[in-house]
Design a protein around this ligand. Sequence first.
Ligand code: TYD
Length: 228
Amino acid sequence: MSDADDANAGGGESGPAGRGSPGRFITFEGPEGAGKTTVMRAVAQRLRDGGRAVVETREPGGTRAGERVRAVLLDQDSGGLQPTAEALLFGAARAELVAQIIRPALANGCVVLCDRYTDSTLAYQGNGRGLDLDALRAMNAFATGGLEPDRTVLFDVDVQEGLRRRHAEGGAITRLDAESVAFHERVAAGYRALAAAEPGRWRVVDAGLAVDDVVEAAWGVVRIAING
Ligand code: TYD
């Protein structure tokens, strides 16, 4: 999501109200440069074209306070932030997002598409930083009141290729982007382990393909998740 979109980061709801449709919560996860943000936008558009009410949002951020926490987390000036403090800040932004945006949207029958959620904390702060995974799971449950996604799409991309894309995009390189390749390799391995451990919730998409093909693959996953 570009800076220009920040004003809408709370998630623009569009299309008809979700009357009569059950809410669905779908999260998009993956290492840096996997292209999930672009793909999520395309999937949201297809859902709207099909008449669904959609809320797009992202982590960290998506609320006024959450976007301010995001700035602290991603700013390279926050170097030296303690891993536990980092995890709790992600959790704080998440608690805001769940209470203010996600739960109300689901209650209204919307499809909520969220660019990163609890699994990012497990992969980045758990596998990447080495924090205890059970402690992070407890923090996630505290922050979200136990709200779990109906479906999670993993955008699996080669770490070096993802970092190359991220740098080629020309946008700001965040504090997390600037971590070592070894860190990002641990994150990617963490994601694969999460997906393997919970195959009912996760679907893996090959994000090394051309964008149009990744959109098709992700659309297939989301369509089935919504229509059964
Ligand atoms: P962003 O620029 O939105 O990255 P991306 O486009 O790859 O999603 O920055 C979010 C960064 O925060 C990203 O490096 C992943 C990291 N992150 C965590 O480390 N833990 C978390 O719980 C979340 C939600 C994100």
